[in-house]
Unconditional design. Structure first.
Lengths: 726, 748
């Protein structure tokens, strides 16, 4: 299963785009098709009831040509974007000619493109002159579609039969008539049928509106002109990406990510990626990824395709219209039967775990690749918040009614550092340009909980020349109810999923914790405003867990901070001071991670002591006595290991790191350090010293600049050869 | 200004004595626009450059210019001025340039990061899709209160309004002291659930005001009683941040007006499209953030009343943006929240959706040689290449000049020289040559593309909200609106396109036609039960809340000296289906108490509105309905001068307004043609002009394409009808066939 490269041209030439119509028509109609899709999104948002769609924008919409190539997609959840294109291609394949004008289909089958069963897609054909001329589709993440666990993420499932029912293109509307018995069958399997009903109506309503708009467009401009524009849109995006790829050197970049909990037990499973850039474009080769498991975290190919798509769009298409055209320059290689290309009937309700890990791998590899392009380096970022971190709450609310909801913690995570600035703090997700978190008051009005605090998490951004974005911690306790059933899904608890770039450290890991009886006695009239003030019996929980919160218990989650960029010893001390004043880096952290000595009242940078301390650390990295003269950096800060004229060299002082055929890391000074060297919120279950992972640090032997920080398995020998010229 | 009340020199029916004036001013970024209306209904207009360092100078110069054109002198006008009105960008500028007061925030301990986290969405709110796709550059704007000036206090109230942790007033006092010692000029206070139980918040506000009388103190619940601590805190913080700036501005203008002979109070335009006396705004600076745009929409609404067009689309195109608003059934559409300078605010505003499509919008080719227009703009400095101020990139205005739509010799009444050669040169270098087009073809493409963006925005604002643009008239104003309305307008198939005579000062005109308005809102989430008992309980609760909201609004009117007979109150409820998030605001059809008939009507209206927006059959009969917010709008009519129709004028030949012929590019005629040009100001009621023609006025210019005609109505509006040609002609696919839509319309 690959999206193949269609056109090959000489590498030297700049690809030009010549529309089939003319430049004005192309620009006018392209804009209008986007406008129609935008209206589809607005209609859906207005009609949808679920907090997931309307608050977190966990949905997406798209319009495709008759073959299922997406020409316009919404800027909502990006993972669902690729999924939409696969779903449309599947419906075309499955229903064949058995389609009539006015039909609307529903599908949530992961083997037909859905990311997991919760993502319910509604598709409708648009007819022009008696033939299907386009498809419109929308997908919304549903709170619960049935199955073994509230929320439909079935931690204990070993195959998909134990999960929520899968619907394969149910015809919910037949020639304009709602098929109530079909809808009822779909609804009755859910624990939250009324929410599903509202969303289904929203999806049908927005499909109807879109088809009307398309009808007006075709009537006005003629079918041939619109068809031609749709193909032009695909070509246009492809050409823009092809031109951009020309400024990136050919090579191979490896990245590995790990799953530390499969839903039933803690584990270590690998997602492997080798990214190759050559004259044809990009190849994402996932060969080497571990086999699928009898656990709910597998993802079918749709998820892998989506993960790849997300990385390509975010890292390479900031200025390119998002549609299927870009994927013509992207090839995906993967073995079926693996974690992110699982065969039926694998359990897949928690597929987002595998997808998120795949996204992390894609982003890590793209970041390394872009750092080696002078023109495109600005687009490189370290890895963003790296795991699902959501929890479900089910029980009886403060008004005595049954309730169920998803609380999305991951939206509070940090973004990966950039090559020109810190990562965005509390950034939302790379998978969603419009992420959001709920107001405390809104959550407390709907659910029987009281928030103790919600605040940015100190030292959670991966240290670096530019630090990763910080995450946030929040804690809740039951309020107005006796107990609440909680189900948590996350990963990255015994290491970090947010790797740094070119010497930047990983961001903080995922943290889930409970304090039994953590609230003070009612008579005390105080509420702890940070975790350290919470009492009771505290425990750091595994990343996937079910528990019951009783009155007085306190539950807290912290998603990942973003990965850092570059050697933190090169960070401007005044920025470290600013972060300390703002409370997002601790005083100890300033010294420990950045080598900055702060003292005085009000606190200020001790320049002399800082210079001395940083020099000492650089010397110790390369095992030199502290009075040895180190090479002077030729540039303020490097971009890690770079290549020039057939040799690797240090980006800071340009010291020779060996011929291009070798692994440059072999020429570097090397140290293993515990994960806690990156921050206090990594591997908290084992107090920062993961049993399985360690940091592998590579420094320039001449100037002592940190050039690469790998997070590697303790069982791994040798130096990871992750950057190669071909 | 000393009395702090609104001077009402008129009779209670709002008429104004014959020898008095209403003076309305709109201070924009570049110009102050002024309108003087005399008791006989005559309109005088003037413009003068904005003087940001000393605002009264620009304002008085603009009024002076208008007076002068009518042979009056400024002092006479001000001495006989019944009301002086101002729309201002002073708060908008302070927000964009971040020059507001040093502001502190006190909030519930544990939630000090609420503003900086900004619900995550503070990073992207107010950005369009193109910007959003560039993840690395979507930066969160710094909150107006830096984190170092936020203090938490121990206290906690829950969702039922119950006190879980009592307020530690000593701690609060320390927090205030500490912030004052940090040099704050303003203080915002926002505690969790203060809109349900204001006890703690009020106690801190009282303490701060007592101890520091000069401190500008804003308590979130006094501004807005809505759920959602981030938006409430941000609204309070922005209000506190802007308060001192607005207050200084108002007092400078007030005293300058007093010195110049005006004795009444200054009235200021608010975002919601209503006025407020300057004294009333001292605690509500945040309501003036979209003061200007709302004026244009009010003017369009009044214009619609005059000419029996209850549904109006406003197209205000200036140098950098196109702002589109709509009036439906005679009411401007408003939004419950607004976004200003990328800040989400719980302030209702007349809705004007903006895109980067203005005269200064840049035309450019991307790496694949595809042509785009905007959203980047050259603004007014350096401006389009033809301004000759150093701008080198091709813009929309340059294209308009190349095509001959704008006369380079008579721009701003000849007050500013345009360089057609520079316009041609930049379009040739950047667009025409690389694309292999002639300069005129390239200019035509720029004109067509920006028009398509404008038509798309109009569709988004109407169709996206469930309205059909074919039921609307388009009113075009601003410097570039009239120049492009004949291009994009027909694409939306409106009933007709109107360019009003006051187009260059339309917002100022609208301000002169506005009423005093105050809004108060309270979050009130309750299901509407099915049985009588629960409904009766609900209604009595609703009555109590409405009474309180009316009392609050009344006290605002009382402070302003508005007599009881002028006060009107409109109640409304935000209603939604249970478990849905989006609600519709439905007016309550009574000014008295709620009863079961009123409720039934309210629910019917909700279902009707819901189906109109989301399509017939979209409502869910079985689903429960709930109330979300209660709203009270207080309206006080102010004295008003109405313009009089000019139908009594002799219908002269349009040739009286003829300016001669000049060369204009008409694609449909195959190139440049000698074209008649007319002076808009000299056209009289009943005049009719057939395209191709150019109609020029002070401040704008209207190309009338072949196939279009313009008729001057009794209000001297230019009413444009007809379609220039099917847009497909632009594609080279020339066809005389009307589109299917047009056919259907003709048959209908």
């Amino acid at each position: 299963m690959t999206a193949s490269s269609t056109s090959k041209q000489e590498a030297e030439e700049t690809f030009r785009f010549t529309p089939r119509t003319d430049p004005t028509t192309f620009e006018v109609l392209r804009h209008r098709l986007w406008q129609i899709n935008d209206e589809q999104g607005k209609t859906l948002l207005n009609m949808s009831g679920s907090q997931i769609a309307t608050e977190a924008n966990d949905f997406n919409i798209g319009i495709s040509d008759a073959e299922g190539n997406l020409v316009a997609v919404g800027p909502y959840i990006l993972v669902q974007m690729a999924s939409l294109s696969m779903l449309i291609q599947s419906v075309i394949r499955v229903v064949g000619d058995n389609v009539a004008e006015g039909d609307v289909f529903l599908c949530n089958d992961p083997w037909f493109g859905a990311v997991h069963q919760n993502d319910v897609c509604v598709l409708a054909p648009f007819f022009w002159e008696g033939r299907i001329a386009a498809w419109t589709a929308s997908v919304i993440h549903q709170v619960d579609v049935g199955g073994g666990a509230p929320g439909s993420w079935c931690h204990e499932a070993t195959d998909t039969y134990q999960e929520a029912p899968r619907y394969r293109f149910l015809r919910v509307v037949r020639e304009g008539v709602l098929q109530q018995e079909v809808v009822d069958t779909y609804l009755t399997n859910s624990r939250t049928p009324d929410l599903l009903n509202l969303d289904l109506r929203a999806q049908i309503g927005s499909a109807k509106a879109t088809i009307e708009r398309l009808g007006e467009l075709f009537a006005r401009y003629g079918g041939d002109t619109v068809f031609a524009t749709m193909q032009d849109m695909l070509d246009y995006s492809e050409v823009l990406l092809a031109n951009k790829l020309k400024s990136i050197p050919e090579g191979e970049w490896l990245s590995d990510c790990y799953l530390d909990h499969d839903g039933r037990s803690e584990c270590t499973h690998r997602y492997a990626l080798k990214l190759r850039k050559d004259a044809d474009g990009l190849t994402f080769d996932y060969t080497g990824t571990d086999p699928q498991l009898p656990a709910f975290i597998n993802s079918p190919f749709a998820g892998l395709f989506s993960a790849t798509y997300v990385g390509v769009l975010v890292y390479l298409c900031a200025d390119i219209p998002w549609n299927s055209g870009v994927m013509r320059r992207v090839k995906i290689v993967s073995e079926e039967g693996t974690l992110n290309n699982a065969s039926f009937p694998a359990a897949v309700s928690g597929s987002l775990e595998s997808i998120w890990n795949s996204v992390n791998a894609v982003c890590a590899a793209l970041g390394k690749m872009l750092c080696l392009s002078d023109e495109q380096r600005e687009s490189a970022m370290a890895v963003w918040q790296g795991s699902t971190l959501v929890y479900t709450l089910f029980g009886t609310n403060q008004h005595g009614e049954k309730f169920g909801t998803w609380m999305i913690s991951s939206s509070l995570g940090g973004a990966g550092a950039r090559t020109f600035g810190d990562g965005h703090d509390n950034a939302g997700s790379l998978m969603a340009p419009r992420y959001s978190c709920i107001n405390v008051e809104h959550a407390e009005s709907l659910y029987p909980i009281l928030f103790l605090y919600r605040q940015r998490a100190q030292d959670s951004g991966g240290p670096g020349l530019w630090r990763g974005g910080v995450s946030a911690d929040h804690a809740i306790t039951p309020h107005g109810t006796d107990e609440i059933a909680v189900g948590v899904t996350s990963s990255g608890s015994d290491h970090s999923h947010t790797l740094g770039l070119v010497g930047g450290y990983p961001g903080s890991g995922s943290v889930v914790r409970v304090a039994r009886g953590g609230m003070p006695d009612g008579g005390q009239k105080v509420i702890p405003a940070e975790w350290d003030e919470v009492g009771g019996d505290k425990e750091v929980l595994p990343p996937k867990v079910r528990l019951t919160l009783k009155s007085g218990d306190v539950f807290s989650t912290i998603p990942h901070g973003g990965g850092g960029y570059g050697d933190p010893l090169n960070r401007d001390p005044s920025l470290v001071l600013r972060d300390v004043v703002d409370g997002i880096v601790s005083l100890d952290g300033a010294l420990e991670y950045y080598g900055v000595v702060l003292n005085g009242e009000p606190v200020g940078v001790n320049q002399q002591a800082t210079v001395a301390h940083r020099s000492k650390v650089r010397h110790s990295r390369i095992g030199e006595a502290s009075d040895t003269e180190l090479a002077q950096a030729a540039v303020d800060h490097g971009d890690g290991i770079i290549w020039k004229n057939g040799y690797w060299m240090c980006g800071a002082c340009h010291a020779d790191l060996g011929p291009i055929g070798q692994n440059a890391k072999q020429s570097c000074a090397h140290h293993y350090r515990p994960l806690s060297a990156a921050g206090p919120l990594i591997a908290m279950r084992t107090s920062g010293d993961s049993k399985k992972f360690q940091l592998s640090e590579y420094s320039c032997p001449s100037c002592g600049t940190l050039l690469a920080v790998d997070q590697s398995l303790k069982t791994m020998d040798g130096h990871w050869h992750d950057i190669r010229q071909i | 200004m000393s009395q702090g009340t609104v001077k009402m020199t008129s009779t209670s029916d709002g008429a104004i004595a014959g020898d008095t004036y209403i003076v309305s001013t709109d201070s924009g970024g570049t110009f102050v626009d002024a309108v003087i209306l005399d008791g006989a209904g005559n309109l005088m207009i003037g413009k003068a450059p904005t003087t940001p360092d000393d605002p009264p100078i620009g304002i008085l110069s603009a009024v002076g210019a208008a007076a002068e054109r009518a042979g009056l002198d400024l002092n006479t006008v001000l001495k006989r001025c019944a009301m002086f009105l101002n729309g201002t960008t002073v708060t908008t500028n302070a927000m964009i340039e971040r020059t507001g007061a040093r502001t502190g925030l006190i909030t519930t301990h544990g939630f000090e990061d609420t503003l900086i986290i900004g619900r995550v969405r503070s990073r992207w709110v107010g950005l369009d899709e193109t910007a959003l796709a560039d993840f690395k550059n979507v930066e969160r704007p710094a909150p107006v209160v830096p984190r170092s000036l936020v203090r938490g206090v121990s206290e906690r109230i829950d969702c039922f309004g119950e006190v879980i942790v009592p307020l530690d007033l000593g701690e609060a006092e320390n927090a205030v002291d500490e912030l004052v010692s940090q040099g704050i000029e303003s203080l915002a206070i926002c505690l969790l659930w203060s809109f349900v139980n204001a006890e703690h918040e009020s106690a801190i506000a009282a303490l701060a005001r007592r101890k520091y009388p000069d401190l500008y103190v804003v308590s979130s619940g006094d501004l807005v009683q809505s759920m959602g601590e981030y938006e409430r805190a941000n609204t309070a913080a922005v209000d506190a941040y802007l308060g001192p700036t607005l207050s200084r501005y108002l007092s400078r203008i007030g005293s300058s007006l007093n010195d110049a002979g005006y004795e009444g109070e200054l009235l200021v335009m608010q975002s919601i499209g209503g006025l407020a006396p300057a004294s009333g705004l001292l605690q509500a600076a945040v309501t003036t953030l979209q003061s200007g745009p709302s004026g244009g929409i009010v003017a369009a609404q009044k214009l619609g009343e005059q000419i029996a067009e209850p549904n109006v689309i406003t197209a205000d195109m200036g140098g950098t943006t196109l702002d589109v608003g709509i009036v439906v059934d005679g009411r401007p559409q408003t939004a419950k929240t607004s976004v200003m300078a990328r800040n989400l605010l719980l302030v209702p505003a007349v809705e004007a959706i903006s895109i980067g499509a203005g005269g200064g919008s840049i035309a450019w080719l991307d790496s694949a040689s595809a042509l785009h227009v905007g959203p980047q703009s050259q603004g007014s400095r350096p401006g389009p290449a033809c301004y000759g101020r150093g701008g080198t990139l091709p813009t929309v205005t340059d294209a308009d000049v190349v095509l001959g739509y704008i006369n380079p010799d008579r721009f701003l009444g000849g007050g500013m020289e345009l360089h057609a050669d520079l316009a041609r040169e930049t379009i040739r270098t950047h667009i025409a040559d690389p694309m292999g087009l002639s300069v005129e073809e390239a200019a035509q493409a720029i004109y067509d593309i920006v028009n398509a963006h404008m038509a798309d925005l109009v569709r988004s604002v109407t169709v996206g909200r469930g309205f059909d643009p074919r039921d609307f008239a388009i009113v075009a104003f601003g410097g570039c609106g009239p120049t492009h309305c004949t291009g994009f307008g027909p694409d939306c198939q409106p009933r007709r396109i109107i360019v009003p005579p006051a187009a260059p000062v339309f917002s100022a005109l609208g301000i002169s036609q506005s009423d005093i308005k105050h809004f108060n809102t309270r979050t009130f989430v309750r299901p509407v039960g099915k049985d009588e008992t629960s409904r009766t309980e609900l209604l009595s609760e609703v009555d109590t809340h409405f009474d309180e909201l009316v009392a609050l609004t009344t006290s605002q009117f009382e402070q302003e000296g508005i007599p009881p007979e002028r006060r009107h109150f409109v109640r409304a409820v935000d209603i939604r289906y249970r478990k849905q998030v989006h609600e519709l605001t439905i007016p309550v059809a009574t000014s008295g108490g709620m009863d079961s008939t009123v409720l039934a009507r309210l629910l019917d209206d909700f279902v009707g509105a819901y189906e109109r927006i989301y399509g017939a059959g979209a409502s869910i009969a079985a689903a429960d309905i709930e109330f979300a917010n209660l709203r009270v709008e207080g309206v006080a009519k102010v004295p008003r001068i109405l313009e009089t129709p000019k139908s009594d004028q002799q219908p002269a030949s349009p040739m009286a307004a003829h300016l001669g012929k000049r060369k204009v590019w008409w694609r449909h005629l195959g190139g440049f043609r000698d074209t008649d040009a007319f002076q808009l100001e000299k056209l009289a009621c009943g005049n009719r002009i057939e395209g191709p023609a150019i109609i020029e006025s002070y401040g704008t210019s209207i190309p009338l394409h072949p196939g279009q005609s313009a008729q001057v109505d009794e209000w001297l509006n230019l009413v444009i009808e007809g379609t220039p040609a099917d847009p497909r002609r632009a594609t080279g696919a020339l066809t005389a066939e009307p589109s299917k839509d047009e056919k259907m319309r003709v048959e209908a």
